[in-house]
Design a binder for this molecule. Structure first.
Ligand code: PAF
Length: 281
């Protein structure tokens, strides 16, 4: 059977109306689906009777100088991936059918959660994510929604929005899927050459150095971060944007490793911006 594809909230709403007695698992994406997305879909299928995937390259979360126009779009391939993965329905709205217009009501997450990490250089990004995710959750009204832990700041902010705005959904964070080299799967890996991909493995390798020190009871944040930057310096092609150790829920910087902490990194290889993180304790 062909995978049903809906392009407007109304069409999807009609379909969902006749399925409301089932539990709905929802995986919002921007397409260019990879193994990481497939693991979210698998989990949504396992934990619900209906799995819905959305594909929407959200203009609100791209800055003026970012890669909105270049962002990989491969609807036919994504459709096959979803069909093969057993998705029940695909939602592929256009910006117009999502009601995007100039004077749009926006969801503004707490400033303190947007000021560090990716928010430092991506002004407006998390407001754009928050607005579109809130709209999608209102349209789909799932029981559970699945997000990758690779986007740790996004995940923490979405959890916070759902709590603060009393949105009745369980937010499920799913572990980052990695290539054998340790490189986290990401839609943007497509931009990298083979050499770039192999250089990018330094990102996860360097994060692991902090965990190794933490295993030796090191709690000094400067020393933990220094272990990471030393490893990063072995690959000069990697241009570091940020490296921060923060509380995983509030995203505030920590000064000692007393509890589990989020070690998050962003940087560029071959001008492709990559992010990753680990929880260290
Ligand atoms: O993580 C993503 O792919 C996007 O930020 C999301 C959650 C689909 C919102 O556009």
């Amino acid at each position: 059977m062909n995978l049903p594809l809906f392009t407007t909230p109304n069409e999807l709403g009609h379909y969902l109306q006749s399925h409301r007695s089932q539990s709905i698992g929802f995986v919002p994406t921007m397409g260019a689906l990879h193994l990481g997305h497939q693991s979210l879909i698998d989990r949504a299928r396992r934990e619900n009777t209906l799995a819905i995937v959305s594909i929407f390259v959200n203009p609100l979360q791209f800055g003026a100088n970012e890669d909105l126009d270049l962002y990989p779009r491969q609807l036919e391939i994504d459709r096959v991936i979803c069909q093969t993965a057993g998705v029940d329905a695909l939602f592929v709205p256009s910006p117009t059918s999502m009601g995007l217009k100039d004077a749009l009501t926006q969801v503004i997450p707490p400033a303190m959660m947007m000021s560090g990490l990716c928010g430092r250089t991506r002004a407006g990004h998390f407001q754009g994510v928050a607005t579109i995710v809130t709209k999608l959750l209102n349209i789909v009204q799932p029981d559970r929604a699945y997000f990758g832990e690779k986007d740790a700041q996004q995940l923490a902010i979405i959890r916070r929005i759902v709590t603060d705005l009393n949105i009745p959904v369980d937010i499920i964070g799913c572990p980052t899927l990695r290539a054998d080299s340790g490189l986290a799967h990401s839609s943007r890996n497509q931009y990298l050459s083979i050499a770039g991909r192999s250089q990018a493995a330094v990102i996860y390798r360097s994060l692991q150095q902090a965990q190794k020190l933490a295993d030796l009871q090191e709690v000094n944040v400067d020393k933990l971060l220094a272990a990471v930057t030393t490893e990063l310096s072995t690959v000069p092609a990697f241009q570091l944007e940020y490296l921060e150790l923060v509380d995983p829920e509030t995203l505030q910087p920590i000064d000692r490793l007393n509890n589990a902490a989020l070690l998050a990194i962003a940087g560029r290889i071959e001008n492709t911006r990559l992010i990753d993180n680990v929880i260290i304790s």
